[in-house]
Write a protein that binds this ligand. Structure first.
Ligand SMILES: COc1ccc(-c2cc(=O)c3c(O)c(OC)c(OC)c(O)c3o2)cc1
Ligand code: AKG
Ligand code: FE2
Length: 368
């Protein structure tokens, strides 16, 4: 991806066109094409540890934003040990969250002809469809998505913003503005635990960019062989995710096991992205995660990615480097980091490989 600072919307590497999963399921729920099937090893069922889900930290954002030391300590531990946590008392109104989920559901219920008016072109990442499909051999994910760049406003491509259901645009704007506010508060607390001035992380973005990815996971007849979303780490600074209360699906890799994140009503799931991992020299972890499918119920999730401007030079902070913690990442320009990720994908790697290879390459390059 490339984000130009001179008022141009971001551009992206091409993605192959693949079938709409929701339509496929509508036509024949029982049939799951081979392109979506994974073997046991890929599913990593062996390491499935559902009972560990309760251990994911829950953090009170209002306490955090008031500088509560205990909560800041919890945040530090959550970022070091899990890379994931759920936030409560974040100030995003329940009604707004519900409305956002309702209108998104209404959008996905529209006939395919209507949704396809916003179809993601093969050379863009915005719109309705599938991104990051780079090879005909790639095992496909059991999901469709609507992806929009929300901020800054000059990067928006309104042709991809659905006109139906009525009011969707306004609700996306209101929800995203609240999520950005909560995310900015979190970045202030992350600055504090990283021993920086409160506003440093936000300022380092030059501009905090925000993208929204609404994932739609139709029910799947063979959930034990199919993934809703392949394992990946986020290229963001942080990601804030709203998920259905009643349908779990998100799993994160923790100490080699896949741990489900049990939805907590009204909470937002936060994960540390690659950029915080680099800034913190690996102290805080951008953890691999995936979405599994459900035999009977459809699931939706709303991922809001916060990330820096393309021209931001990202490197570990000096004070995070010492004899015990040598510099783990080379300096990267954020736009190049994303572009490199896309390029690797175009070379035929799956999302998992790309995320891993980039991280490893970054480390390897530093060691040479
Ligand atoms: C396997 O399925 C997926 C892999 C990666 C992503 C994904 C992760 C991100 O961190 C991310 C992102 O940060 C981002 O903004 C820079 C973005 O642009 C809209 C993404 O599409 C994005 O996707 C999702 C699914
Ligand atoms: O659906 C989920 O819970 C995960 C979504 C996700 O990881 C993403 O959109 O990047
Ligand atoms: Fe993600």
């Amino acid at each position: 991806m490339s984000v130009n600072i001179d008022d141009e919307a971001p551009t992206f590497a091409p993605s192959l066109l693949v079938p709409n999963v929701q339509e496929m399921v509508k036509k024949n729920y029982l049939h799951v094409p081979k392109r979506y099937m994974r073997n046991q090893e890929e599913m990593e069922k062996v390491n499935y540890m559902p009972h560990l889900s309760c251990e994911i930290p829950i953090i009170d954002l209002s306490l955090l934003s008031n500088g509560n030391m205990e909560e800041l300590l919890k945040l530090d531990i959550a970022c070091k040990e899990w890379g994931f946590f759920q936030i409560v008392n974040h100030g995003v109104e329940r009604e707004l969250m519900q409305r956002m989920m309702e209108v998104a559901d209404e959008f996905f219920k529209l006939p395919i002809e209507e949704k396809d008016k916003y179809a993601m072109p093969s050379n863009d990442i915005q719109g309705y469809g599938h991104a990051y499909v780079v090879s005909e051999e790639q095992t496909l994910d059991w999901s469709d998505a609507l992806i929009l760049i929300i901020n800054p406003v000059r990067y928006r491509k309104l042709q991809f913003w659905p006109k139906f259901p009525e009011g969707f645009k306004e609700i996306i704007e209101a929800y995203s503005s609240e999520v950005k506010r909560a995310g900015t508060e979190l970045l202030s607390s992350l600055s504090v635990i990283m021993e920086l001035e409160k506003h440093t992380l936000v300022e380092l973005h030059k501009e905090v960019l925000q993208a929204l990815r609404v994932n739609y996971y139709p029910p799947c007849n063979t959930p034990e062989q199919v993934l809703g979303l392949s394992p990946h780490s986020d290229t963001s600074t942080i990601t804030l995710l709203m998920q259905n209360d009643d349908v779990p699906g998100l799993e994160l890799r923790h100490k080699g096991n896949w741990i489900p994140v049990t939805p907590i009503p009204d909470a937002l799931v936060v994960n540390i992205g690659d950029i915080i991992e680099i800034w913190s020299n690996g102290k805080y972890k951008s953890v691999e995660h995936r979405a599994v499918t459900n035999k009977n119920k459809r699931r939706t999730s709303h991922a809001s990615f916060l990330f820096p401007r393309d021209d931001v030079e990202v490197e570990p902070f000096d004070h995070m480097i010492d004899a015990q913690n040598p510099k783990m990442y080379k300096n990267v320009r954020y736009g190049d980091y994303l572009r490199q990720s896309m390029k690797r994908k175009m070379e035929g790697k799956t999302h998992t490989d790309v995320a891993r290879i980039i991280k490893e390459r970054v480390i390897e390059a530093q060691q040479i």
